[in-house]
Design a protein. Structure first.
Length: 120
C-alpha cells in the first residue's frame, strides 16, 4: 500500500512582465516544497533585466521561513540593481508573519488601496 498525499494549495505563480517591470501574483502556499520554483522564476526575471517587481500576495494562504528567504533574496536582488520590490495585499496571517519577524520594517508592504494609488 502506498500513501499519496496531494496538496491542493500548491503555489501557482502568475507573472506579467513589461520592460524592466514585473507583476508576480502568488496563489496557494509558499513553503519549502514550492520556494525553489519561485526562486527560479525570480532568477529568470533577473536574466531578462527586470529590476522593479510588484509582488501580489492576496492569494497566498501560507508562507514559511523558506518562502520568506526567497522574498528577502528578491528584495536584495532588486535593490542591488537599483530597483525595488513592492509587496501588496498580504492576507492577515502572512502580514502577521512579516510583523513578527521584523520584515515589516525592511520590506515595502502595502495594502491594495495604497498600491493601486501608487501604481496609478
Amino acid at each position: 500500500m502506498t500513501l499519496v498525499v496531494r496538496r491542493k494549495d500548491r503555489l501557482n505563480p502568475e507573472i506579467h512582465k513589461s520592460a524592466d517591470h514585473a507583476l508576480v501574483i502568488l496563489v496557494g502556499e509558499l513553503d519549502a516544497s514550492s520556494a525553489g520554483l519561485l526562486y527560479q522564476q525570480f532568477a529568470a526575471l533577473t536574466r531578462e533585466g527586470v529590476s522593479q517587481v510588484a509582488l501580489d500576495l492576496e492569494g497566498l494562504a501560507f508562507i514559511d521561513s523558506t518562502g520568506l528567504s526567497v522574498i528577502i533574496a528578491e528584495h536584495k536582488r532588486t535593490t542591488s540593481l537599483g530597483g525595488a520590490l513592492v509587496i501588496y495585499s498580504p492576507q492577515e496571517q502572512v502580514r502577521k508573519l512579516f510583523e513578527m519577524t521584523g520584515l515589516i520594517q525592511l520590506l515595502d508592504i502595502l495594502p491594495r488601496k495604497r498600491a493601486a494609488r501608487r501604481a496609478g
